[in-house]
Structures are given as C-alpha cells and as structure tokens.
Design a protein around this ligand. Structure first.
Ligand code: FES
Length: 128
C-alpha cells in the first residue's frame, strides 16, 4: 500500500531522507529529480545508509564505503578496508587495522531492497 512520505520539495537533488512505515525503514533518494526508495541498512554491516552520500545514482555507505545502485539495490562495490595507521608504537595496536581488514574481507556485501514509489500531486508515496 502506497503511503505519503514527503513532498517533492522536501528533498533536494542528491538528498537522502530516512522514512519509515509498516515496521520498515528506508531511505528516500533524489537523483536528478527522480525519486527512489532503498532499504535503510547497508548490505555489508548494517550502517544507516541515509548518512551516506549520493553521487548520481550511486549511494556510498558512510561506514566502509560500499556502493549501491539506488535504482536496483545492487551492490556495485565492496567495502574499503580501514586505512593502515602508523600512529601507535605498540605492536599489538599496530596489528589491529590489518586484523580488521582481514575480518572484513570475509564479509560479503549483499544487495539491498528497493521499494515501489510514485509521485502524485507533489507527494512522494512509497510502498514499504
Ligand atoms: S557497513 Fe556499509 S560498507 Fe560496511
């Protein structure tokens, strides 16, 4: 069932907005005046995608930079491991970033869902 989520003017081009309803959460996206709704949680480790960045139709996760198509929900690029740091003098501390990168390499990034959406009389309606 389609439900009014926002007015078209509430979301600028490139904007992201958290929406919810029916016990579900999604991110409303404006790509050049066209609107899309995508599952809120990243397909890698569940980061909130409304805190990411939208470049064209590609949404980049704020946590490890996995990228998703807002049109299909397809995972386009896997996560980027945290950069190696050289600030610590303790060998144990220095091993942590590499260990985390190894752990992350074993976590597959799943596609995310998209939701049906339509615009009527300036309202964006989504079927969550
Ligand atoms: S949680 Fe999104 S890329 Fe890791």
């Amino acid at each position: 069932m389609f439900v009014k989520m926002a007015k078209e003017e509430d979301l600028v081009d490139g904007g992201l907005m958290l929406i919810s309803g029916n016990g579900k959460e999604a991110v409303l996206c404006n790509y050049e005046g066209k609107f899309f709704a995508i599952e809120r949680r990243c397909g890698h480790m569940n980061a909130p995608l409304e805190m990411g960045t939208l470049t064209g139709y590609i949404l980049t996760c704020p946590m490890h930079s996995a990228q998703f198509s807002i049109i299909t929900g397809e995972a386009l690029a896997g996560p980027v491991p945290a950069p190696q740091t050289q600030v610590s003098t303790a060998q144990k501390t220095e091993a942590i970033p590499g260990y985390l990168a190894t752990l992350m390499s074993g976590i597959r990034t799943e596609n995310v869902k998209t939701f049906p959406l339509k615009v009527e009389n300036g309202w964006i309606l989504v079927d969550l």
